[in-house]
Design a protein around this ligand. Sequence first.
Ligand SMILES: Nc1ncnc2c1ncn2[C@@H]1O[C@H](COP(=O)(O)OP(=O)(O)OP(=O)(O)O)[C@@H](O)[C@H]1O
Ligand SMILES: [Mg+2]
Length: 335
Amino acid sequence: MGCRNKLRVGLTYNLKSDVLTLNEDDQAEFDDLDTVNDIKRALESAGCIVYPMEATGSIINTIQSERIDIVFNFAEGLKGRGREAQIPALLNMLSIPFTGSDETTLAVALDKALAKKVIAHENIKTANFQVFFSKNDRLKKGMKYPLIVKPNAEGSSKGIIDTSIANNNQELYSLVERIVVHYNQPALVEEYIDGREFTVGILGNGDNIEILPIMEINFNKENGKGFYSYRVKKHSIDLLSYTCPALLTPDEERMIKKFAKKVYSALQCNDVARIDLRLSKADNKPYFIEINPLPGLADGFSDLTLIIRAAGMKYDDLIIRILNEALKRYGMDTI
Ligand SMILES: Nc1ncnc2c1ncn2[C@@H]1O[C@H](COP(=O)(O)OP(=O)(O)OP(=O)(O)O)[C@@H](O)[C@H]1O
Ligand SMILES: [Mg+2]
């Protein structure tokens, strides 16, 4: 191991303090300096020269002034539903290689309704849904309560509160209003899939895709229905636990892995992603919830960093593996 010619790696990120807060969870998706430092340290330990770059408007000058071989992209972007695509689009424009999925995949995945349309086209099961642009929109025929109401283009359970489940029209329209007003974006209303919840990490490309051990999220059912709300995630110790590898029959395991692989290919992901799904109690089949092609990397907190432990990988191995997958994809020497 070690970079033969000292690979020059740009590390793009957005810190929590980059953005002014409007809502209490407004910065939920942004990263702590600790995580940026952890990634930097992992890359340096493999012999790379690392150039951390805050992904703000001035990044274009920084990137061009350093002779960067490849970027380890970790930036959530600044604004809009295409925000995760901003840095990859810029890097592609400048012909600079980067880790992870490209701008098209990142933009589609962040818009959950668009991603569900792509997924449904591939005959992958996902809950029936409807996008509400305002609380004056009316629920279409065939949508069955209970319904879960979430912002259409957020992550980190942002905007998902313990009461995000509607059992009747009155609850539905007030939840929709909350999302439209507070999050300034359409609300995604989905049929609630009752069943066990899993998240699946994937590494690699093409025929060399590795599906990591499946992780189950076990909810403490104190609120009736258990789901991954922002509060649950923040206070995870009391409210949930994880099992990885999940306890599944060999058939279930095969079915979920095949499902995850199909989702990864349908969205044309590169290098790494994490897929959230539920095994419906009704038919024991996996239902797509969402895909995270830019998964969180906070050591010991983000799901992917918990999953890799079960696969016998250390945090640094994960970071170097992601970089190597990208280097291979570009036909460059791995480290
Ligand atoms: N259709 C559904 N049926 C049942 N539960 C759901 C559904 N959609 C979302 N949930 C619950 O809400 C949680 C958060 O939803 P989702 O994964 O879409 O949000 P997110 O904020 O993008 O998550 P992440 O933190 O993984 O980025 C899920 O993990 C699941 O517990
Ligand atoms: Mg999720």
